[in-house]
Design a protein around this ligand. Structure first.
Ligand code: IVH
Length: 706
């Protein structure tokens, strides 16, 4: 625009005033366009306003406004990507940091497979690329779909964008009829620098690191933008296949290379943990010379038949592990300690830092864990960091490992300001004024305000709408905060009465800044869509302490329906009785989680809030994974005697994967007993009760492994 001061020449004051002006102008243009259908400025003028806004925000990030137009999702014209359900889930990897963990991994694999310590067992080792995973589906040799990982079950359809990546072939010859290739999209260092320079020049957003740049470039709604971004790809795995690629991991990777996919040249075979760690060191030494970011080494069992036997835990394969590089460190000033209140009432101290670059990422916040961590002594009086406490104004070491939240690791007492005072951890909740107490044995101080504490209520709601929970499009953390502040949504059930309460006209919502007719309509449709919800998502969404995504999945698969789950939690008593015994017998549910579950369902306010919520929902029963056509779905199986062709752990995992429940004792509720040689009282009991009994071969026949 004519007469405009260049962004580089703006003073802070000018920048702040201009951001305010731009925010108003863009909101007015949005309103004219989306709500009144009467645009007042051209698309090019609108784009110029947005670009200038982004450029000023990029130069003065701390001046970014709460109502920044760059954050405005409510009125975004973007329809977003369509969703793709992965036919084979896209999983993540378990992490290890120490060499001993690799020895343990190998021992675990051997134990599971029943292999002796000295039996040969080969692994592959390859760099862990720091990008984002992509699944490419080829049918009859043609690329038909590309999808991001998303939550592992459902990703975003980025086919048009993937087609613009030169590393990804469009046509294959000699490939299986159905071939899903999985790998990592990344950006090289040089390309990243060039892109950032180009972005800065045109006043567009620059990226903090190559990973963010790769993600931002792939997830563009306009594939023409992706086309101009230098994205690259390494193939390291596969999803659905109409025929096997090879019999080993390395064989399969070589086959993918023959088909035309780039594969990582530092991939090799290793005979056991010693060689694996040697290869890790070699890759670590080469790390600085590589043109792309890597954050560790991935080891995989090479034999694909063994991989199949090992299978998966809820979110990670048993046959692979990521050996991460050590964390990156930097020193900076701790400006302030703030207390955040989480959804379970935990008071979490957060360090506000003078911004510092740690391993390519600018860090300005880090966790301080809890009050003991700040004071330098745990509840038993043991020293933490040799007893050094942490104070506002201190010079502190920040530590960042992969995607985890940065931590304050150490403090330099020689640089402590003279007037620095020990930090006084609050005894009352800074959000609601209720007492904040620490239970015996708990390192965390918690607000006792429960649902009356606004911070807990908002955090619970944010968790409720988060991606792995209800994942309501258009209702993110920012909108939840806004709606809570206005009293529109106070608890999850309120989300489902929003439209009813505000009427179809949606006048109030439409008139809100950032909301237009279309976005309001989209929001109500998105809410409507989520009235039907799978049981595991609902359990996770409730935000019960200690119940994460994989625990929710275990519980859903065990109880199958909401009614059974609700009834079981309501009738269980902590520490005793059959319902408690059943709950704690679930592999992966310990007494701490079980106590948290049972107390939640016995707490009158929590329980009432849950009951109000489910009234608006249709909860889909859980189908035990892989159990759709399984003869074992919903059956209770007992293994007894010795097994010779598989280990107990393997038999149990296989049975559970097919939807069965594995029990340790035979009762009238048992459906099947698998008896190996030496079976004794359990087999007799089964006979007495007339329960079907088979031997190990019969079992292998039944599950299709024979
Ligand atoms: S194998 C079933 N190999 O790391 C597990 N993953 O932390 C499939 N990644 O989501 C993953 N390099 O995005 C595998 N050589 C490699 C990898 C790799 C990077 C990413 C991938 C995955 C994440 C897990």
């Amino acid at each position: 625009m004519a007469g405009e001061t260049p962004v580089e020449a703006l003073t802070r004051q000018q920048a702040s005033a201009e951001l305010a002006r731009l925010s108003k102008a863009i909101a007015a243009a949005d309103k004219a366009y989306h709500q009144l259908d009467a645009p007042e400025i051209s698309d090019a003028e609108y784009d110029a306003l947005k670009r200038r806004n982004a450029a000023i925000e990029s130069r003065f990030p701390d001046l970014k406004r709460a109502d920044s137009p760059s954050e405005n999702v409510g009125a975004a014209p973007a329809e977003g990507f369509s969703k793709v359900r992965h036919r084979v889930r896209m999983l993540s990897l378990a992490n290890a940091f120490e060499n001993e963990e690799i020895t343990e991994f190998d021992a675990r694999v051997r134990r599971y497979l029943g292999l002796a310590e000295d039996a040969p067992l080969t692994y592959t080792a390859e760099p862990k690329i720091d990008g984002l995973s992509l699944s490419l589906r080829f049918e009859d040799g043609r690329l038909v779909q590309a999808a991001t990982r998303g939550n592992g079950e459902t990703g975003e359809n980025v086919t048009a964008n993937a087609r613009t990546i030169a590393d990804i072939p469009d046509r294959l010859t000699g490939a299986p009829a159905v071939l899903e290739v999985r790998g990592e999209v990344y950006m090289g260092h040089d390309d990243f620098e060039t892109l950032n320079a180009r972005q800065a020049e045109s006043g567009d957003k620059t990226f903090a690191n190559p990973r963010n740049a790769a993600a931002g470039s792939l997830r563009q709604l306009d594939p023409r933008i992706t086309e101009n971004r230098p994205l690259r790809f390494f193939a390291y795995g596969w999803g659905e296949l109409s025929e096997p690629l090879a019999t080993t991991q390395l064989g399969a990777i070589n086959r993918l290379a023959e088909l035309g996919f780039p594969t990582n040249p530092l991939t090799t075979r290793c005979d056991g943990p010693d060689e694996m760690v040697m290869h890790y060191r070699m890759i670590e030494e080469r790390r600085a010379t590589l043109d792309y970011d890597i954050d560790g080494v991935v080891y995989k069992v090479d034999d694909l038949a063994l991989q199949a036997r090992l299978g998966f835990r809820s979110t990670t394969p048993r046959w692979a592990i990521a050996h991460k590089f050590p964390a990156e460190l930097a020193w900076t000033r701790l400006e302030k300690i703030e207390i955040q209140v989480g959804r379970t009432g935990a008071l979490s101290p957060v360090a506000r830092l003078h911004p510092v670059t740690v391993g390519g990422v600018v860090v300005s916040n880090a966790t301080l864990h809890n009050e003991d961590y700040i004071s330098g002594r745990d509840a038993k009086g043991n020293a933490i960091r040799d007893g050094k406490d942490i104070r506002e104004g201190d010079w502190v070491q920040v530590y960042r490992a992969g995607d985890v939240i940065p931590k304050v690791a150490d403090v330099d007492l020689s640089k402590r300001p003279k007037d620095a005072k020990p930090f006084a951890f609050p005894r009352i909740c800074p959000e609601c004024g209720s007492d904040a107490i620490r239970e015996e044995g708990d390192a965390v101080r918690r607000c006792t305000g429960g649902l009356i504490c606004p911070a807990q209520a908002v955090e619970k709601l944010k968790h409720f709408v988060s991606r792995a929970a209800f994942d309501i499009e258009g209702l993110g953390a920012k909108q939840v905060e806004q709606f809570y502040r206005d009293g529109w949504i106070r608890e999850p059930a309120d989300i489902f009465t929003l439209q009813e309460r505000f009427g179809r006209g949606m006048q109030q919502l439409k008139n809100r800044e950032g909301w237009g007719e279309k976005s309001a309509k989209n929001l109500f449709e998105a809410i409507e869509e989520k009235r039907q919800i799978p049981l595991d998502r609902l359990i996770f969404a409730l935000g019960i302490r200690h119940v994460g995504e994989s625990a929710a999945d275990l519980l859903a698969r065990f109880y199958v329906s909401w009614d059974r789950f609700f009834h079981a939690m309501s009738s269980a008593t902590v520490g005793e009785g059959p319902e408690w015994a059943r709950l704690t017998a679930i592999d992966g549910v310990g007494p701490v989680m079980a106590t948290s579950l049972v107390t939640t369902f016995h707490q009158p306010a929590e329980r009432a809030s849950i009951e109000r919520l489910v009234r608006y929902l249709t909860v889909e029963d859980a189908v035990p994974r892989g159990a759709v056509d399984s003869p074992l779905a919903g059956k209770t199986v007992v293994f007894t005697g010795s097994l010779e062709k598989m280990t107990r752990a393997e038999a149990k995992a296989r049975a559970e994967a097919l939807g069965a429940r594995v029990s340790g004792s035979v009762s009238a509720r048992t459906d099947l007993v698998v008896a190996g040689p030496g079976a004794g009282s359990k087999a007799r009991q089964a006979e007495k009760l007339g329960i079907e009994m088979i031997d190990e071969d019969g079992w292998l026949n039944l599950v299709g492994d024979a």
